[in-house]
Design a protein. Sequence first.
Length: 90
Amino acid sequence: MTQALEKPKSILEIIESLTPQQQEEVLNFIEFLQFKSQKHDPDTKIQPQQKSPEELGWPSGFFEQTYGSCQDDPIILDDDDNFEQKEQAA
């Protein structure tokens, strides 16, 4: 039981010794682990923080219907166009 209590304390001590950027990476990894466990365990209490496409204003099924629609039709960029002129017109 003592080991179980010492692990979180040891983890916190290690995290506190890291740079702020490294601490951010640790936080990102922890959130990834939570997300990954949520995918495999539907009863978990962690709620996703991302909104669904419908909540963001996209039509229902939009991405499923359009995903891969350009894979056989390559997009060709016309180098003759002047980007600055288009930017000013917008």
